[in-house]
Design a protein around this ligand. Structure first.
Ligand SMILES: [Zn+2]
Length: 239
């Protein structure tokens, strides 16, 4: 992928960030800076502290997504698959497989460990914030406390959200694994991608009335569904 930069290599897999990330990261940091408590740092008086916490939260969100992707990759490698690279978008990652796991039950398990890892991270972070009393002021560590809460909350949402059976979410992969037991792999991918696109469209529509966030996420889902479908088609149909 030409639009990505390699930043590391873990488990022998090149870890790349998509170029859009360079715009999305500051954008997310800005969102965290303007959102009020408990989902942002608008209440922090010191400007430097506010933006440092916001940027750190955005970076750690990206680290959480990386852990989620590595969970997929680890299981793929364990099942004899191979991962050519992991490309990270802030809101999700794509692990590119050299070869798909053609055993649907293995693909379903590999898809499941990602959301599972997000949910575990989320539970651990939220458990931490509920076990201890938050410091009284933001400058006394209250800001860090709030950051842990936000990251825990977002990880739970990411985990649950990824279980929705719409491609390109992991739930979509689980769905494709079930469909692939009954039909051709490309056909199963197309069906799952179509469900993902319809879902994204409805979500974007709901977002117009509910929240800007939904529209943003719907956009990513739509792009992801199209991307995955195209990738599978390119790989299996040579013309
Ligand atoms: Zn995943």
């Amino acid at each position: 992928m030409n639009n990505s930069l390699q930043i590391a290599r873990i488990l022998g897999i090149p870890i790349k960030i998509h170029i859009s990330f360079l715009l999305v990261l500051p954008f997310f940091a800005w969102i965290f800076a303007i959102q009020p408590e408990p989902f942002g740092f608008a209440g922090v008086e010191s400007t430097i502290l506010k933006y440092s916490l916001s940027l750190l939260t955005a970076i750690l969100l990206f680290v959480s997504v990386l852990i989620h992707e590595l969970a997929h990759s680890y299981f793929s490698l364990r099942y004899g698959g191979s991962i050519s690279e992991i490309t990270l978008y802030l809101i999700g990652g794509v692990s590119s497989m050299k070869e798909e796991l053609h055993e649907p039950s293995k693909e379903a398990k590999m898809a499941f460990v990602g959301p599972l890892s997000s949910i575990i991270i989320g539970i651990v972070l939220l458990a931490f914030t509920s076990l201890f009393n938050p410091p009284a002021s933001f400058s006394d560590g209250g800001g860090l406390f709030l950051m842990i809460f936000i990251l825990g909350y977002i990880n739970i949402i990411l985990g649950l959200f990824n279980l929705i059976p719409a491609f390109p979410m992991d739930g979509g992969r689980i769905l494709r694994a079930f469909l692939a037991q009954r039909m051709d792999f490309v056909e199963a991918t197309e069906k799952a991608a179509t469900i993902g696109k319809i879902f994204a469209f409805l979500m974007g529509l709901a977002g117009l009335f509910m929240s800007f966030w939904l529209i943003l996420i719907a956009f990513f889902i739509y792009m992801g569904a199209s991307g995955e479908e195209q990738q599978v088609k390119n790989r299996y149909r040579r013309f």
